[in-house]
Design a protein around this ligand. Structure first.
Ligand code: GTP
Length: 620
C-alpha cells in the first residue's frame, strides 16, 4: 500500500499530503530523503530506500522545476508497487494545474488524488493481467523484454516518452488530456508484455522522475559502473541511447565544472548515481541546457545574498538547504498561513482585533527564525500559534479557589467573590452554580444580594438560596450595593461563613454611574476575587466589554491601586458549538484566566476550562 504522497515546494512548504493515508510514517523518511539523497545530489537515483525505525520504505519522487515543486511517494518496499511512477506523473500534472503560490491549503486536491490513484491502480492491475495473459501463450524469455517484440517496445517507449514529457517539461506543460491519459493507459498495457519491459518501464520512469538532477549528474559524466541491476536492464534495451552517449561532449565542455557540485570525496562514493545518470540516454541530454539554465537562474535568484559556497551548490542543494535549516523565514513566507489562521480563529468567534494581534505576534516570533527541519510552513506557523494560545490561556497565577478559601478561613475571614458583568449574561445563575460547587467541597456559603437595581433580582437570588439551602444576605432595593456587600461580609465574619458570593447588577460597560458604583463596591470591600461573568456567545464585543470594565474600574476607583478583574466565568458554553473564541478574546484582553465555564442551566453545569481542548478547537 502507498504509505504517503507529499507535495512540497522548494522552500519546504508542504502543500498537500494525502489525509486518507494518514501521517503515521515510521521515522523521518522525508527528512532523510532530502538530507541523504536530494541534498547530496543523488536525485538521479531511481528510488531511495529508508530502513530506519524498522520502516522498510521505498521513496520515489519527481520534480516540477518551473513551479519549484517536489512530489514524493512513500510505500512499503516489500509491495513492489507498479503504479507509483505513473501516479506521481499524473499527480504532478494535475497539481500543476491548480497550483498557486499564494495558496497554502489544497484540501480540494484530495478528491483529484483519490481519482488519480484509482486510475493508476486500475492501470497497474490491467497491466498485470495483460502480462499474465500474454505470458501464457508466448512463454518465451526472448519475448519477455528482449526487445524483439516491437509492440512491447513501442508501448514502453511511448509511455516513457510521455512520462518524460510530463516529468521533465519544466513547466513547458505538455498537457495531457484526460482522454489522453486513458490512451496512454492502453499503450502501457500493450507495451508491458514482458516482465523485463515492465520493469524497465517502471525504473525508467522513476529515473524520469528524478530527471533533471540525473542530467546534472550525468554532466559529471565519469562513471559507467552499474550496480543497480534493474536500471542496467533498462539501459540495455535501448542501444540507441548508448550511441548517443558516445557522442557526449560535456565532459570537456566549459559548463561541466560548473555543474560538478559535489565534493570529490563524495563523488567517488556516488558511483551508482553517476551510472544511473549516464544511463538516462539521449532524451536526458536534449534537456540538459534547460536544466543548466534553470539551475543557473535559480542560483541567480537565490544567490544574490548567498555565500559563495552556497553558490557552488546545485539547484537541488540550494533548494533543499532552505528546508534543512539554512533559510530564515520571512514575513512574506508566513503571510498566507497567518491569513488562513486568522480567518480560522475568526470563524471560531475570536474577536478580529485579537486574531490580528495574535498573528502579528506569531509572525514576530517566527520571522528570521531558521526552519529547524523539513517542516511545512503552515505547520510551523500553526505550531507557533498553538504555543501562543496555550500560553495565553494557561493561567499565570494560581486559581485554586478552594486553597484560597481555606487560607482565608485560617485568618478567620470570609473569602469574598464579586460577580460582575453586563446584563443577562448569567451572573445570578452562575453564582448559584459556584455556591453549589463550594457546598460540594464542604465550604459554607452565603449569598449577598447586591443587585439592588433590577427589580426581581433579589427574589431570583432568594430562590437559588432556598433551593441550595444556603443563607442569603439581602436589604431589598435602592440601597447602596457597596454598603449591602459590606454588611454581608461583616455578617459572614460574625457567623464564620467561609465564602460570601456577591451578586451585582448587570451594567453596560459604558454606563458610567453604574460603573462608578461597582468601583466603589470593590474598593470598599476589597474582595478576594472579582469575577467577570461573560457570555461565550460574544464575538468582537467581548473585547469591548472586558477592556472597558477594566478601564472604568481603574479610572473610577479612588484607590491608588485599583482592583481590576481577576478572573472570568464564561457562561452559556453549551450554546456555542465550536465557537469558543470568546474565551481567548477575554483572556487575551484582560490577562485574567477563565476560572469557570457555565455550560447549562442546572447547578451542576459548571466546569473548568480545558486549555488543550480549547486550543485544539480554535485551530481545528
Ligand atoms: N444555556 C445556558 N443558559 C444559561 C447559562 N447561565 C445562565 N443561563 C441563562 O441565562 C439567563 C440569564 O441568567 P441570569 O442569571 O438571570 O443573568 P444575570 O446576568 O444575572 O442577569 P441580570 O441580573 O439581568 O444582569 C437565564 O435564563 C439563565 O438560565 C448557561 O451556562 N447556559
Amino acid at each position: 500500500m502507498l504509505e504517503q504522497l507529499l507535495i512540497f515546494t522548494r522552500g519546504g512548504l508542504i502543500l498537500w499530503t494525502c489525509k486518507e493515508l494518514g501521517n503515521a510514517l515510521k521515522g523521518s523518511p522525508i527528512d532523510t530523503l532530502i538530507r541523504s539523497c536530494l541534498l547530496e545530489e543523488r536525485s538521479g537515483l531511481a528510488s531511495f530506500n529508508y530502513d530506519a525505525a524498522g520502516a522498510g520504505y521505498t521513496l520515489k519522487w519527481t520534480f516540477h522545476n518551473e513551479l519549484g515543486l517536489v512530489f514524493v511517494a512513500v510505500y512499503q518496499r516489500i509491495l513492489h508497487l507498479l503504479y507509483v511512477d505513473d501516479l506521481l506523473a499524473m499527480v504532478k500534472r494535475e497539481f500543476a494545474e491548480v497550483y498557486d503560490p499564494k495558496r497554502v491549503e489544497y484540501s480540494d486536491f484530495d478528491e483529484t488524488f483519490r481519482q488519480l490513484r484509482k486510475e493508476a491502480e486500475a492501470r497497474a492491475e490491467e497491466m498485470k493481467k495483460a502480462k499474465q495473459v500474454n505470458n501464457k501463450p508466448v512463454n518465451d524469455g526472448r519475448k519477455q523484454g528482449q526487445g524483439k517484440k516491437v509492440g512491447g517496445f513501442e508501448g514502453g517507449n511511448k509511455n516513457k516518452s510521455e512520462a518524460n514529457g510530463d516529468a521533465d517539461d519544466n513547466g513547458k506543460n505538455r498537457k495531457l488530456e484526460n482522454g489522453h491519459s486513458n490512451g496512454n493507459h492502453h499503450v502501457v498495457v500493450e507495451g508491458s508484455r514482458g516482465t523485463v519491459v515492465t520493469n524497465g518501464k517502471e525504473n525508467e520512469s522513476s529515473n524520469t522522475g528524478a530527471f533533471d538532477v540525473s542530467k546534472l549528474q550525468k554532466r559529471r559524466g565519469k562513471g559507467t559502473k552499474k550496480t543497480d541491476t534493474v536500471v542496467s536492464k533498462g539501459s540495455k534495451e535501448d542501444p540507441k541511447k548508448k550511441i548517443t552517449k558516445k557522442n557526449r561532449v560535456w565532459d570537456d565542455s566549459p559548463a561541466a565544472p560548473k555543474l560538478d557540485f559535489t565534493d570529490p570525496v563524495e563523488e567517488n562514493g556516488n558511483e551508482n548515481v553517476e551510472v544511473v545518470a549516464a544511463d538516462q540516454g539521449e532524451s536526458m541530454m536534449d534537456k540538459e541546457e534547460i536544466v543548466s539554465s534553470d539551475s543557473e537562474s535559480e542560483e541567480d535568484e537565490e544567490g544574490k545574498d548567498a555565500k559563495p559556497d552556497t553558490k557552488k551548490k546545485g539547484w537541488f542543494s540550494s533548494m533543499f538547504q532552505s528546508i534543512a535549516g539554512k533559510a530564515n523565514l520571512e514575513k512574506a513566507d508566513l503571510e498566507p498561513a497567518l491569513k488562513a489562521l486568522k480567518d480560522r480563529l475568526m470563524t471560531k468567534n475570536v474577536a478580529e482585533e485579537i486574531a490580528e494581534k495574535l498573528c502579528e505576534s506569531v509572525a514576530a516570533s517566527l520571522v528570521g527564525k531558521k526552519q529547524a527541519s523539513f517542516t511545512r510552513i503552515f505547520s510551523t506557523v500553526q505550531a507557533a500559534m498553538e504555543e501562543a494560545l496555550v500560553r495565553i490561556l494557561t493561567p499565570r497565577r494560581s486559581i485554586d479557589i478552594l486553597r484560597d478559601v481555606h487560607a482565608a478561613k485560617e485568618q478567620r475571614k470570609p473569602y469574598v467573590v464579586v460577580f460582575v458583568g453586563v446584563n443577562g449574561v448569567g451572573k445570578s445563575t452562575n453564582l448559584a452554580k459556584v455556591a453549589y460547587w463550594l457546598l460540594q467541597h464542604n465550604v459554607s456559603v452565603m449569598m449577598a444580594a447586591c443587585d439592588t437595581f433590577r427589580s426581581g433580582a433579589v427574589e431570583q437570588l432568594r430562590t437559588h438560596a432556598r433551593r441550595l439551602q444556603i443563607p442569603i444576605f439581602e436589604k431589598g432595593y435602592e440601597k447602596d450595593p457597596a454598603v449591602v456587600a459590606k454588611e454581608a461580609i461583616q455578617e459572614a465574619t460574625r457567623n464564620g461563613t467561609d465564602v460570601v458570593l456577591v451578586d451585582t447588577a448587570g451594567r453596560m460597560q459604558d454606563n458610567e454611574p453604574l460603573m462608578r458604583a461597582l468601583s466603589k463596591l470593590i474598593y470598599l470591600n476589597n474582595p478576594d476575587l472579582v469575577l467577570f461573568v461573560g457570555e461565550a456567545l460574544v464575538g468582537n464585543d467581548a473585547v469591548d466589554q472586558l477592556s472597558k470594565f477594566n478601564q472604568k474600574l481603574a479610572d473610577l476607583s479612588t484607590s491608588p491601586n485599583p482592583r481590576l478583574i481577576d478572573g472570568i466565568l464564561l457562561t452559556k458554553f453549551d450554546t456555542i458549538d465550536d465557537k469558543v473564541g470568546a474565551a481567548l478574546s477575554m483572556v487575551y484582553i484582560s490577562g485574567s484566566p477563565v476560572m469557570f465555564v457555565g455550560c447549562g442551566q442546572s447547578y451542576t453545569d459548571l466546569k473548568k476550562l480545558n486549555v488543550k481542548s480549547i486550543v485544539k478547537t480554535l485551530l481545528k
